[in-house]
Design a protein around this ligand. Sequence first.
Ligand SMILES: NC(=O)c1ccc[n+]([C@@H]2O[C@H](COP(=O)([O-])OP(=O)(O)OC[C@H]3O[C@@H](n4cnc5c(N)ncnc54)[C@H](O)[C@@H]3O)[C@@H](O)[C@H]2O)c1
Length: 258
Amino acid sequence: MRSLQGKAVLVTGGTSGIGEACTEHLARLGADVVAMSIQPSAGKDLALRLTAEGLSCLFHHGDVRAEPDVEAGIDLVVDHFGRLDAVVSNAGVMRTQKITELAVDDFHAVIDVNLLGPALVAKHAIPIMERQGKGVICFTTSVAAEIGFPGHGIYCASKAGLVALMRCLTTDHSPQGIRFVAVSPGTIDTPMLAASCAGWDKPKEEIYADVARKIPVRRMGKPIDVAKAVAFLINDDAGFINGSVIHLEGGTLALPPW
Ligand SMILES: NC(=O)c1ccc[n+]([C@@H]2O[C@H](COP(=O)([O-])OP(=O)(O)OC[C@H]3O[C@@H](n4cnc5c(N)ncnc54)[C@H](O)[C@@H]3O)[C@@H](O)[C@H]2O)c1
């Protein structure tokens, strides 16, 4: 089923992990996708691979912290496809440090990508969607917004801030036809997660097996698990889902605190 046929979508962080899965899955469902990221080589390869299959995908090399890059990414979607139906605001970074070891640069490294970036994306997408009378912005938050992750205070704060931003946008702009939603992944097997295993006293495979044993469904998430939820949320079938966070964590948040 090509349920997103003709929908024009921007995916930030769309060339790795969860974002790459979104780019590919949405394109397979018929969407015209622009994947934006700071990975020019991976981005060009992804766009080439998908277009060689007859799918519709362009790459935009841009940094979500830079307002002109964000504007250019949105302009590329509108210039090429004539409209902007949805944005998957997914680009994100993670840093590990206790607050007692915090360097101000690390604070900005996380907050600027995870919070300023989505704010800039929303700033420039919303006026276009308001003119259309329709649009959806889907943010990638994290279960880290709701539970404490040791050594990840700023990351957790950035994701909780993103949920708060999403809810405020709903109150300000949904009367003009725009829906705002968020996906909240648990532990998903991506390059970001693999990088976070560096420095542990066990190989990644052992860490992953330990993590999977603790998740009620007894497996870690895959990027496609998130992409399938995103495809539903940006579809018109989800037209009454607004201001909501959809958790994709295999039941982790349902566990008792002992
Ligand atoms: N992997 C997980 O377990 C997990 C869990 C919860 C939430 N998340 C969130 O999911 C999102 C995707 O993470 P992932 O695990 O796929 O990571 P990833 O590192 O595989 O992908 C991150 C993407 O963001 C892009 N990016 C980073 N900085 C950018 C910038 N300044 N401008 C534009 N693009 C930029 C990268 O180029 C890459 O394409 C992030 O927001 C992350 O916080 C991940």
